[in-house]
Design a protein around this ligand. Sequence first.
Ligand code: CTP
Length: 400
Amino acid sequence: MQGKRILLGITGGIAAYKIAFLIRLLKKTGAEVKCIMTPASSDFISPLVVSTLSGNPVGIEFWNREDGSWNNHVEYGLWADVFVIAPLTANTLSKMSAGTCDNLLLATYLSMKSKSIVAPAMDLDMYAHPTTKRNLDKLEADGVKIIPAESGQLASGLDGTGRMAEPETILDGILAYFETKKDPRIKGKKVLITAGPTYENIDPVRFIGNHSSGKMGYAIAQKFLDDGAEVILISGPTKLKELESSKLKTIHVRSANEMLEAVQSEWDSCDIGIFSAAVADYRPAEVAEQKIKKSDDEMVLRLVKNPDILKWAGDNKTKQVLVGFALETNNLQENAQKKLEKKNLNFIVMNSLADQGAGFGHDTNKISILDDHNNLRSFELKSKKEVANDIVEYLKIYST
Ligand code: CTP
């Protein structure tokens, strides 16, 4: 669960106190946890406990009254890999099945891009009521995973079915969900991904670089990990948070030559190559050993060509499916077609700096894919996480 983003929704039932244990269990697996609470749930568990254990602020209202900031339900929906609502009261269940949206938790449920999992908890007669059954069936039909309530002693003193599943059972349900997300076409495959910029040193304090953030390559790496692949991420210098997974090997490099060396040492054993790095085409012919001092009004820097890493991989392709990127300012398709052929690619992901929200630094991207059978597919402007999904989905269809 390293790096997985779990959004926990807590509603107002007595079982809310057990969520402290669930948060602990989730954090132990390496997952990142954020929590949203309905106002009523804070009668059962203190937001301070939830925030301290999760290590993140808790969202309760749309507005934080102290500083006037907004808890953005859309951002929660984009952030989460899964939304787990536990305990789920009969009241919130009914609102979810009806599409009611009168608090932050419900607005987030409606905005959710990923799977929702619920663990209902209520008294036995409420749980057995036909309305509750109908509402749970409706949620299930909407794609929500239900972790059924268990039998035992209830807060009312009665014995019967209605207790929230134990935190360990909820955790098992979450783990089982991530297992089902793994794709048999990708599971067990070894994927090499280059990401980020390269820095080409001029002297000990200066370099030639570019504005690549690495976000696209990291999002693709995460998507392959989610699908069960083994990933070698060869990353230029970025400010991004390290991805974490037992199936991931990250190799940090700085220059194009270092990136080439890393690719060469890993390439043979890989099944798929995704080359999203923005590699500097040239590097200074000489790297000064000492800091270059200011002297004349002009200074000439002689550059020499860097190796084309993607072309090397294309020339040394044995079994691999090879994907390159083309970021262009003009003649996008024509230039991309030439790169596709010259570098022996299976397909090329094109983006244009002319498109708003596409390319370096943004959290969004707008791509088209051109493959070696001359198929062209264009996509809308989307978050880089969604673009990563599109690229990996294209690869699955291409390879089958
Ligand atoms: N690439 C690479 N090594 C290089 C240059 C580029 O691996 N030295 C890869 C990039 O990661 C990308 C693809 O080649 O997947 C295209 O990169 P781009 O910079 O668009 O193309 P270039 O081949 O460098 O051509 P130009 O700069 O002239 O557009």
